[in-house]
Design a protein around this ligand. Sequence first.
Ligand SMILES: CC(=O)SCCNC(=O)CCNC(=O)[C@H](O)C(C)(C)COP(=O)(O)OP(=O)(O)OC[C@H]1O[C@@H](n2cnc3c(N)ncnc32)[C@H](O)[C@@H]1OP(=O)(O)O
Ligand SMILES: O=C(O)CCC(=O)C(=O)O
Length: 386
Amino acid sequence: MPLNPIINDTTLRDGEQTAGVAFTVEEKCAIACALAAAGVPEMEIGIPAMGDEEMAGIHTLAALALPAKLMVWGRLTEVDLDSALRCEADIIHLSIPVSDIHLQYKLRQSRDWVLAQVSRVIGKAASSGRMISLGAEDASRADPLFLAQVARVAQANGASRIRFADTLGVLDPFTTYDAIARLRDAVDIKIEIHAHNDLGLATANTLAALRAGATHVNTTVNGLGERAGNAALEEVVMGVRHLHHADTGIDTQALLPISQLVARASGRQVAVNKSIVGEGVFTHESGIHIDGLLKNASTYESFDPSELGRQRRTVLGKHSGSQAVRQAYSLLGVVLDDEALTARVLTRIRSHAMRVKQEATADELHGFLLESLALPSGCSNTPNPT
Ligand SMILES: CC(=O)SCCNC(=O)CCNC(=O)[C@H](O)C(C)(C)COP(=O)(O)OP(=O)(O)OC[C@H]1O[C@@H](n2cnc3c(N)ncnc32)[C@H](O)[C@@H]1OP(=O)(O)O
Ligand SMILES: O=C(O)CCC(=O)C(=O)O
């Protein structure tokens, strides 16, 4: 079983790389404070090489003296290292592509050049006394033997961690497991998984990497990030807790408020059905489900919404059954103990749902009852139709 993983949240770096998203310094501070208060132990907060404004933001964040390690991102070059060293960051993360595709077309450099660059720049970075992490960009499309060689050279020159980036989100949980296990066997260095969600597998791949021996995980709130985004903080925290029975140390009650904060700051709404934090993920309509939930919540909830400070909701609609109808009317103070009457009310509720495509209000439910009572009665406690 995986050990407790260390979350390194990159909402303020990769999250902000979501096309069109830009946080103000105030928003960055608010997000960083909320993450630290929730117990996030590490966060990647920016890219010093972007220039003075980004550096000033990083400086402001560092001045908050949050109880979290701060990481800055740079390319594996002397210029980016110099910018990073001017920041009060605990961890300097320097990145280099390791796939032949990136080397050939983007950097137009050889594998030997990469190894020389890793040796020289990581060595110089480590001599600063800071904690150094090497980013292996596009690691998922790299030759695993070359990746292991890069990791070994990085470690020999003072890096304490390598980030395995599935930059394009091309892995599945099985290939992720194999790739991380192979790297784990080849080099005794801390491994951080950085998973993208292009095929909707970022969280699954992150959990697979942990099973294979990754020690650190990158997340972003609401899964923000390049293209389809990164592994979502809220999903990884809950997945680690419920599937790995391990602990990230993060307060699950804080996940929804942080999600809402980041949704506002990023201008990216959270889908109603977004796992963990979506508005509708604890709302039930189907008759069989509500019948089961009324008997025992574990029939249709894999965990209690109160873990997140949330509550179950039930609504009446096209898929309701009679138990749900009785339950909803009992909350209005009406006891429906006649099957025929309940069936007529249900018919009314279904036709309303199909016509209006939203749940009925309390007034409308009273109206349906009165209409149904106009036919033979069976209701022991008629409501006051106000
Ligand atoms: C997968 C990821 O998320 S990587 C992080 C991506 N994030 C960002 O790009 C956001 C911040 N980026 C920026 O502000 C700018 O791109 C900067 C400041 C980093 C660089 O700006 P510029 O100097 O104008 O270069 P530009 O962005 O046009 O091109 C990138 C350059 O970096 C080079 N490069 C890219 N990655 C690396 C690397 N890891 N190591 C060395 N060089 C690299 C490219 O080859 C290119 O160099 P070239 O122009 O000599 O071919
Ligand atoms: O730090 C790295 O090397 C990874 C950067 C990244 O965001 C990615 O590859 O998707």
